[in-house]
Design a protein. Sequence first.
Length: 241
Amino acid sequence: MSTKPKTVIVTGASQGIGAAVANLFLARGYNVVANSRNILSKNELTRSDRLALVDGDIGQESTAQRVVETAVQRFGSIEALVNNAGIFIAKPFVEYTTEDFRKLASTNLDGFIHITQLAARQMLSQKAGSIVSITASIADHPIAALNASVAMITKGGINAASRSLALEYAKQGIRVNVVAPGIVSTPLTNGFPQEFLQSLSPMGEVASPEDIAEAVWYLTEARQVTGEVLHVDGGSHLGHW
């Protein structure tokens, strides 16, 4: 007797953490709808009949609508959403500009709201689902060597919203969780000295995208876990080292 594959949406999926998440879910039997701005022209995803690609800026509601419509029309349901799309701008607080904040808010907050609302509506009709968002360990536990206060308005906001949503939808069978990475080896960290990146973790290691993907998989499949912010940061959230 065959079981219908589950379907997951992954935003920001062309490379880095998003690609690692999408590839892991494909390898473990999920259908995957992957989105990023130019995912059709360039991506690091495994080719599969269970993979659908949707180009577009997730900060635009029309993109979110196309992503969700693709998932439902092609695969028939949405069991999971991974909000990975995000941008990060690090600089001293007094140097942030209005344009910096608008960019951060568009991708990190507008994108989260648009796709999560639409996916949640579908999950409510199914009476089940999992939503996992990628934020940052420093949203709750700042590091003096890494100035990113305005960027953390967006990441910390997603942490808070996710805890609220976990309670709002608990009785409807929808779980809402967060993975909060520390320093991860992705295109975002290219250009930084490896020694500096290693110094930002008590374990002295830089995580791989696959490390974060495994945490996302755990939260997606953990039936009794909701409202959790899971730090994958080598222990940096524990305090001074």
